[in-house]
Design a protein around this ligand. Sequence first.
Ligand code: SAH
Length: 349
Amino acid sequence: MDKLKKLVDKLEKEQRLSKEEFIALINGRNEELAEYLFKKASDIRDKNYGKRVFVRGLIEFTNYCKNNCLYCGIRAGNKKAERYRLSKEEILECCAHGYGLGFRTFVLQGGEDPFFTDEMMVDIVKNIKKDHPDCAVTLSIGEKSRESYEKFRLAGVDRYLLRHETANPEHYAKLHPENLSYENRIRCLHDLKGLGFQTGCGFMVGSPYQTTENLANDMVFLQEFRPHMVGIGPFISHKDTPFANERSGTLELTLFMLGLVRLTLPHALLPSTTALGTIAPDGREKGVLAGGNVVMPNLSPLNVRKKYMLYDNKISTGDEAAESLNNLKLRMKSIGYEVVTDRGDYFER
Ligand code: SAH
């Protein structure tokens, strides 16, 4: 036990460990070690960002997708998914509504939908920036060429979220169809960082075939790549995917990984994700107590929310809904945190 606590101390001090050390921590974890880790993770987050939790308004603007990721409910092969796209006007309305509620970051997320050309995305982003010059815009629309990313950057996009999903090429191949490669995913992430986006990667915890070694790979990847944001959440099966009968990831392991990420990347923006809130009613609060400092309530129009079903039972209308921002504020207050409406940019002193 003491040996493992010493490893946590070492991670805190040096912000890096070897793959073997990460494996030892993950395999040897128990409640006591987790508490030890969460306390340190929380203290570091408090030191860097205070008792503040940032909010982002999430606009899921299309669930059309040309890809066929085996885990994802909006994969092209899921003929049961009811598809929708928001128009430019609807997206701008979401932003205006969100602005009124206090949001100063808008995250446009979608499947990889060729209907939205680079030019359309540039036009949408420019309009959001024109309407709300004090807001940050984040895109999360998958793998593109460097040229496309550059166009988005020039249009004013501040941040880009692209989870690496798993930092092990063989594992990556088990989660994705043959036409998608780990190499291209990583190429995208390097392009994004090189172009000056605040760049987010991330992974699912408990995805099919995942080993402890894979999770250690993820940690080693993070400490090398040093992203500005890391989205991690449990894998949750979706009934109309090839992984319908696979077991979902646990709250416990997801929180432990979140704590490790906070010690590795003391300044990172770490969302306490919707998937965490989906597997446990107090998952979001627990995510903050393990080191998270971002929540992303859903700003999509109510009539499409149920259609963006990445996994079964994805929550969208409770306290994770943008309209319930006040409830979310109260929840965070109950654990000693204040939801703030700054842009919440990455910050390193
Ligand atoms: N098309 C975009 C957005 C994908 S959805 C992109 O490629 O980046 C955002 C994230 O949801 C994915 O990166 C994935 O990690 C997560 N996700 C998808 N299906 C999931 C599932 N079944 N369980 C948990 N998370 C899932």
